[in-house]
Design a protein around this ligand. Structure first.
Ligand code: GUN
Length: 283
């Protein structure tokens, strides 16, 4: 069994990005700028946003976090996004999810300029991904594809099973594996005989949000297992959807939690922002 070390690859990518960012600034006077909009006080969101800011600053980006109270209106948020879309100094805009109930998520995501949509959640970017001509793509599945590539795992011709069908992870993951010529099954909470379906997978991606749900009965001998889960154990520890200790003897590769998919997500978000910055000011 080999551990897919997302922490190490993310560090390598961020280092490379810091060098490219220094060059972009020196040669073209452009400093990539990421704006993160945080509405309300969701504790998990606070942690994510802090981590994103730290990584952005370390890569040499300008990072702005705009914090608003839980009571912010949808109209005010849409007006803010219109301003940020117009601002030539802003290259990437990310509205942290979830949003409070008075704000409609789909309206907000559609109000972000697709070229600044570094989350890849705008329907324009979703369509571009599914038609095989991606512009901005969701960071978590992009980070997983980068991990597979780093370890020489080629999905072509392989059977991939994605458990989870969210717009953030499951659906774009399925498309990226399909684009890499895997045969893809998307399973979810309503799937019958889930363990049996999962056991078919050469590559199993798990994003269901239930701590240590996946044990050895879900895993084929020699499978590659990718764990997107971020759950708290009863003791308050960060744990994945996969019971790492229970499957490690059975798999060929597996991501740990923490230190697997999570750090890759942030590295890919920075790459998207760098891309947006270098494209909006062509040489
Ligand atoms: N909330 C949980 N994951 C994400 C993400 O990838 N992007 C945004 N904007 N919000 C999230």
């Amino acid at each position: 069994m080999q551990v897919l070390d997302g922490k190490a690859l993310a560090l390598k990518k961020r280092k490379g990005l810091a060098e490219k960012t220094a060059q972009l600034l020196a040669k073209q006077g452009i400093k990539p700028c990421l704006v993160v909009v945080l509405v309300g006080e969701n504790p998990a969101s606070q942690v994510y946003v802090r981590n994103k800011e730290k990584a952005a600053v370390e890569a040499g980006f300008e990072s702005r976090i705009l914090r608003y109270p839980e009571t912010m209106t949808e109209t005010d948020l849409l007006a803010l996004l219109a301003e940020l879309n117009q601002d030539l100094e802003v290259h990437g805009i990310l509205v942290q999810l979830p949003l409070p109930p008075q704000i409609r998520e789909d309206f907000v995501l559609e109000a972000i300029d697709p070229s600044k949509d570094v989350d890849g959640f705008h329907p324009f970017n979703v369509g571009r991904l599914w038609t095989g001509d991606p512009l901005r793509v969701p960071s978590t599945p992009a980070g997983i594809m980068a991990l597979l590539e780093e370890y020489g795992i080629n999905p072509a011709g392989k059977k991939a099973v994605v458990i989870g069908r969210s717009n953030i992870v499951g659906k774009p993951m399925a498309e990226m594996l399909l684009a890499a010529d895997a045969t893809v099954t998307v399973a979810h909470s309503k799937t019958e005989n889930l363990a049996q379906v999962a056991r078919e997978a050469d590559i199993l991606v798990v994003a269901i949000g239930r701590g240590h749900f996946i044990g050895p009965d879900f895993v084929k001998d020699g499978a590659v297992v990718i764990d997107v889960g971020m759950n708290r154990s009863p003791e308050g520890k960060l744990i994945g959807d996969v019971d790492f200790e229970a499957v490690k003897e059975k798999v060929s590769f597996v991501t740990p939690v923490p230190g697997g998919v999570g750090p890759m997500t942030i590295a890919m978000l920075l790459e998207q922002t760098f891309q947006a910055a270098s494209e909006t000011h062509p040489e």
